[in-house]
Design a binder for this molecule. Structure first.
Ligand code: NAP
Length: 337
């Protein structure tokens, strides 16, 4: 057995590139009581990982230099000294970017491949689905007929928000970065979709939102958000989910937004999905019901190969993905997909 891992070897100043990550040979994991050895199947790459490459205080610890990157993953148990995990079990949890790892049985959750594709635990029935659900339903609180604007609308979170807002009976306006993405977001139920790469966002938004904006679900920040603020209606809600346009910038200045908030009595609230940890079962119940009823669907962009994890991650910042960006590292040995 050969083993490889991907280490953070340098902290980026701007965009993450190959010079910041290094693929190295890793030791073969040794097994202790209560542990299992897992083989990576799928890795989720996520924008928040860029923040963890920086030093400093955040809601989650920074990645350590010369240690593996880590994040949401699906893996298969190949050896076990725990009565909680059997060889062949498929598990999900936060795992290092390493092909084979020894884990404590309690650090992962078993998933049942018979219930659906195992990758869904990394998006629609996992972190990004829950982010969309709680951000929109708890902070946005959409009412029938309200106008919801979603930035990053073709991404993992955004594409789910578009669909949940549609289920809630809202009028949905998406913003995305290519014609292909615009078509997808329309198919997901959006009433209007703006291509921010080819259109003037301010005038396109004014046209697409004749009754103003009641909820802005913001995944990107920056210039796109600056174009939304002037359209906020009285008591609008801004769900500050992400700001990917600024993750690679040291200094990102924009218009002051306070007067827009005052004029519209608007609420702006940042959150992380972990704030809702206690309520995950409620979120998962809704998401899986809508999925079963065919009201919710998902898109995946799957890159193949452990060595291509860095490129898949970098591509998030240049819009390479549609829906959830995953990397397939291995085929499960017992189950077909
Ligand atoms: N608060 C939370 O707990 C939480 C949880 C998960 C994710 N998030 C945040 O939610 C946002 C979306 O995450 P995701 O996992 O769903 O990622 P994603 O949207 O699937 O992928 C990132 C997308 O962002 C867009 N993008 C990249 N650079 C941009 C820029 N400069 N300006 C505008 N758009 C840009 C690209 O699409 P285009 O081609 O359309 O530009 C890209 O495909 C991120 O900001 C992330 O940090 C927050």
């Amino acid at each position: 057995m050969k083993n490889r891992e991907i280490l953070l070897v340098k902290r980026p100043d701007g965009e993450p590139t190959d010079e910041h990550l290094s693929i190295e040979e890793a030791a073969i994991p040794a097994l202790s009581d209560g542990e299992a050895i897992v083989r990576l199947l799928y890795v989720s790459v996520d924008p928040y990982m860029r923040g963890r490459m920086n030093e400093g205080k955040s809601y989650v610890e920074p990645f350590q230099l010369n240690q593996p990157m880590e994040g949401g993953a699906v893996a298969e148990v190949i050896e076990s000294q725990s009565d909680k995990l059997q060889v062949g079990d498929i598990v999900t949890g936060s795992l290092p970017w390493r092909e084979y790892t020894a884990i404590a049985a309690e650090s992962v959750r078993k998933i049942d491949p018979a219930l659906g594709p195992v990758t869904t635990s990394l998006h629609i029935l996992g972190m990004t689905g829950l982010t969309a659900y709680f951000g929109l339903m708890d902070i946005g609180r959409p009412q029938e007929g309200e106008t919801v604007v979603v930035s990053g609308a073709a991404g993992a979170v955004g594409s789910t928000v578009v669909q949940i807002a549609t289920i809630a009976g809202a009028r949905v306006v998406g913003i995305a970065g290519s014609e292909e993405k615009v078509q997808l977001v329309k198919q997901l139920g959006a009433d209007e979709v703006i291509n921010y790469q080819t259109e003037d966002v301010s005038s396109a938004l004014a046209e697409a939102c004749p009754n103003g904006v009641d909820i802005y679900f913001d995944n990107v920040g920056g210039d796109i958000s600056d174009a939304v603020y002037p359209l906020l209606n009285k008591f609008a809600r801004i769900v500050q989910c992400g700001a990917i346009s600024s993750y690679n910038k040291k200094d990102d200045q924009g218009p002051r937004i306070q007067h827009y908030l005052i004029k519209s009595s608007a609420l702006i609230k940042g959150f992380t999905v972990g704030d809702y940890r206690e309520r995950y079962p409620e979120g998962l119940q809704h998401l899986s019901k809508w999925l079963q009823e065919g009201k919710l669907t998902y898109e995946e962009t799957i890159t193949e190969g452990f060595e291509n994890i860095p490129q898949a991650f970098f591509g998030l910042f240049t819009g390479e993905n549609i829906g959830k960006q995953l990397v397939k590292v291995n085929e499960p040995s017992r189950f077909g997909s």
